[in-house]
Design a protein around this ligand. Sequence first.
Ligand code: SF4
Length: 183
Amino acid sequence: MQLYALGFTNAGENVTAGSVAFLREGAIRMVDVDEKSLKKAENTAVRYLQQINRNDFTASPGRFCSRCDYASICKWKGGKEPDAKVITKTVVVEKEGKPILPSFSDDEVMYACDVFMKELKGRNSHAALKALKHLIRYTDGEEKETARAISEQLSVRADHGLDVPVEIVHAGEVLAESVRSRS
Ligand code: SF4
């Protein structure tokens, strides 16, 4: 999406907004198209092109395996827990009496999303609820409200020994996608 926006911008168009539509869920997610976001997307694309030109196709399991089209045939699928060295500690500190919000590494957020989606697709309400309680730490605003709503539904189902219905799986996918897109 951001590369399309970059192309239009370079062609002289004034791109002010971008979005991705999830037709199955009937949901629309806005995509940042500000200068900084487009530059970041361009740098990522350039890095990938350079790797392709070097014939460097080293697998990178763990980050996007849960939604990868090649997962069924990939021997590296399933991912791995991010290296503990790159996980930012969750520490809330105060400066002049005001809390400074903790920061999280991209790997930590991606891993939480992957685990949540794995448990959700496994349809086990207890496991999905546990994973969501971890993921919810990385949400804010509207995302946090959505996460709480899903959590309430999972909690009821877990209490009654019910599986996760497909509607909640879809809602979880939209939530995880939204959280991932900010990392
Ligand atoms: S399943 Fe394989 S190809 Fe897909 S993201 Fe994971 S490692 Fe890469």
